[in-house]
Design a protein around this ligand. Structure first.
Ligand code: PMV
Length: 360
């Protein structure tokens, strides 16, 4: 599909007021997206697990407006309060998607959003938030214009989510998702994500992710700045090539179910992401001493127990502990006894691979 295919169809219904609500989960990348062209066109493909418990619930009310405007008129309530912090990001998102959803300027849009994970837990909510908002817009488009089928609905939801926040496009489907054009995957695209479902080893069924909250402060350098720094990064081309190579390797691992290789690959991707930050100009460091202590403990535990538990990192200090569901008892004990001491107020969130967004 190309860009023109995402322009909305003819309006066939006159709607004056409509409201929709979606729950949409966050996701955690295994092979990371780091570096982009304009409008979140990724420099390399990425693969992620969609989560389940870490999610955003967003309701959007569309009210027909008589005012003529060139931009989208909206207000936003976050966790029960009017919130101006998100305005610039959402304003930018609307201004970019207007080309594909021009009907939006004829309505006043009231957004009401909450996260399931604790406020300021240091967990990025842009993936869950942008995907939930995009799904509400698509539900409205479905009622307003000639419906083009479920496949198109989710593809365009992923497409406009990407415009809001790159990684958000991987939250539209449950399970394991790939975003970014790659010859090895039929139908893959830089514009939206696709769900990987063929021949995935049952070793990945109900895979677990426990998120250790090491630091609940806002990170000092945003992901947008980090992506930007990749443009002048001395290692960027090497990184993009390596990411393509790792996508290929992970594709094989997802099929053969080799969890030992999975752990090595996922950890190397996480450390590569942070090494790119450390070698940017200016350089910066998002890991904290506790992040490193957890990493050491996880690697030692894996070696001693032979349980395929590994860590990954997002662009922050918090650590995601990934492990098979069948090892939940041993790993939960390990987390409680050995890792929780590194968490801010002992806080961690148990999550797992999820089934994807749900309309309320
Ligand atoms: O979607 P963004 O712009 O917040 O970038 C996300 C980048 C990482 O979370 C670090 C990696 C990824 O692929 O999700």
């Amino acid at each position: 599909m190309n860009l023109n295919d995402f322009k909305s169809g003819k309006i066939i219904n006159e709607l004056s007021i409509k409201e929709y609500s979606w729950n949409s989960p966050s996701n955690i990348a295994l092979v990371k997206y780091w570096g982009k062209n304009v409008d979140q066109i990724p420099k390399n493909p990425s693969i992620s697990f969609t989560l389940s418990n870490c999610k955003t619930t967003t309701s959007v009310k569309f009210t027909k407006s008589s005012m003529k405007s060139n931009s989208v008129n909206f207000d936003i309530i976050f966790e029960g309060h009017s919130n101006q912090n998100f305005r610039p990001k959402i304003e930018k998102y609307f201004s970019k998607i207007i080309e594909y959803c021009p009907y939006l300027i004829n309505f006043h849009i009231s957004i009401n959003t909450t996260n399931s994970f604790p406020h300021s837990s240091g967990i990025a909510s842009s993936a869950s938030g942008m995907s939930a908002l995009s799904l509400c817009i698509m539900s409205f488009e479905k009622d307003l214009t000639s419906f083009q089928g479920d496949e198109y609905f989710y593809k365009k939801a992923s497409f406009i989510s990407r415009i809001g926040s790159g990684s958000a496009c991987r939250s539209i489907y449950g399970g394991i998702n790939l975003w970014g054009a790659n010859d090895e995957f039929k139908n893959s695209s830089d514009l939206y994500s696709i769900k990987l479902k063929e021949n995935i080893s049952s070793n990945f069924n109900n895979y677990r992710d426990t998120i250790l909250i090491i630091d609940n402060n806002q990170k000092e350098v945003s992901s947008s700045v980090g992506h930007q720094l990749m443009n002048e990064h001395p290692f960027s081309e090497l990184r993009y090539n390596k990411a393509f190579e790792n996508i290929s390797k992970l594709n094989l691992i997802l099929k053969n179910g080799n969890l030992h290789e999975f752990c090595l690959l996922v950890e190397s991707e996480a450390l590569t992401l942070h090494s790119l930050m450390m070698s940017s100009n200016p350089s910066y460091l998002l890991m904290k001493p506790e992040t490193l202590s957890v990493i050491n403990q996880v690697q030692e535990f894996r070696k001693l127990s032979n349980i395929p538990v590994c860590f990954t990192l997002d662009a922050g200090a918090n650590v995601h502990i990934l492990y098979p569901n069948k090892n939940i008892r041993e790993v939960s004990e390990f987390i409680k006894n050995k890792l929780s001491r590194y968490c801010s107020n002992g806080r961690y969130i148990d999550d797992e691979i999820g089934k994807g967004p749900i309309q309320n």
